[in-house]
Design a protein around this ligand. Structure first.
Ligand code: CP
Ligand code: NVA
Length: 308
């Protein structure tokens, strides 16, 4: 696409509700094709650069496999094996990398870093996780909810745990797609609506008691107590979060058919019991697989626009 049409995906609110409706619909088509072993290679001759300043399993495999399936290729860079780790300015890296590839995915620390990269990039940039947001994960999570339960509009999502990148992104999604997030975090780890970037306070409610947050929820979800980059706080967090473990009792407070999600990697016995994450309400493996299907559609959309 021409420069004027270029879109980045740096946070969930970079796309509108009607664009999400298209992406979710398109993702089920693309997923069906994949399950039927149908070849579909609209990104032949396109290259995705993936820059990882933090570890990853799902994000790397889903983008890399997805890009190959669509006929394209990938370049994988990390801080340690590129000049990024030797303090080449992010702006210069953006200018250089974006002259050679068609699309860039970045996993890094501060959101300002990906914004600086995007400001100097000639090609679309996708957020593969920052300290503040994880939009590709919520894209997959909502697609997974739709597959299992239909529209998420008007539903209640319980967020139990850290007011982190996942929590911020859930709030943004609630505002755009019209559902409510019940948030329960330990004191000192609250979600900051200014960081989440939501204007409508009606899209979330705060609960001191995690079980109260789960009451009546259609989806219960949590994440690690210590995100990447915060390892020095690990001990303090283990103490503060002890009562924020999603267990059978919390699931029992939710709707009888409530789903459980976790972006993974998970720590059984910390943020969730084995009984819940390995139990019948958990859809965590679908959630992980769906990263690939929704990101294939996101890449197709950013590079080729709407199909059909
Ligand atoms: N959920 C997620 O982003 O996983 P990875 O850290 O393995 O990419
Ligand atoms: N909140 C976690 C998510 C990992 C996929 C982190 O940022 O480490």
């Amino acid at each position: 696409p021409g420069m004027s049409l270029m879109k980045h995906y740096l946070q969930f609110k970079d796309l509108r509700a009607e664009e999400y409706a298209y992406l979710f619909d398109r993702a089920s088509t693309i997923k069906k094709r994949f399950k039927n072993y149908e070849k579909y290679t609209p990104l032949a001759d396109r290259t995705l650069a993936m820059i990882f300043e933090k570890a990853s399993t799902r994000t790397r495999v889903s983008f890399e496999a997805g890009m190959y399936q669509m006929g394209g290729s990938v370049v994988h860079l990390t801080t340690g094996d590129s000049q990024l780790g030797r303090a080449e300015p992010i702006e210069d890296s953006a200018r250089v990398i974006s002259r050679m590839v068609d699309l860039v995915m970045i996993r890094t620390f501060e959101q300002t870093k990906i914004e600086r990269f995007a400001a100097h990039s000639r090609v679309p940039v996708i957020n593969g996780l920052t300290n503040e947001y994880h939009p590709c994960q919520i894209l997959a999570d909502i697609f997974t909810f739709i597959e299992h339960r239909g529209s998420i509009q008007g539903k209640v999502v319980a967020w139990v745990g850290d007011g982190n990148n996942m929590a911020n992104t859930w709030l943004q999604a609630a505002e755009i797609l019209g559902f409510t997030v019940h948030v329960s975090t330990p004191g000192g780890y609250e979600v900051d609506p200014a960081v989440a970037g939501v204007k409508d306070a009606g899209c979330y409610r705060v609960f001191a008691d995690p079980k109260e947050a789960c009451r009546g929820a259609h989806l219960v979800t949590t994440d690690v107590w210590t995100s990447m980059g915060y390892e020095a706080e690990n001990e303090a967090r283990r103490k503060a979060f002890a009562d924020w473990c999603v267990d059978a009792d919390m699931m029992a407070a939710a709707q009888p058919d409530a789903l459980f999600m976790h972006c993974l990697p998970a720590h059984r016995g910390e943020e969730v019991t084995a009984e819940v994450i390995d139990g019948p309400q958990s859809v965590v493996w679908d959630e992980a697989e769906n990263r690939m299907h929704v990101q294939k559609v996101l890449m197709e959309y950013l590079l080729l626009g709407r199909i059909g």
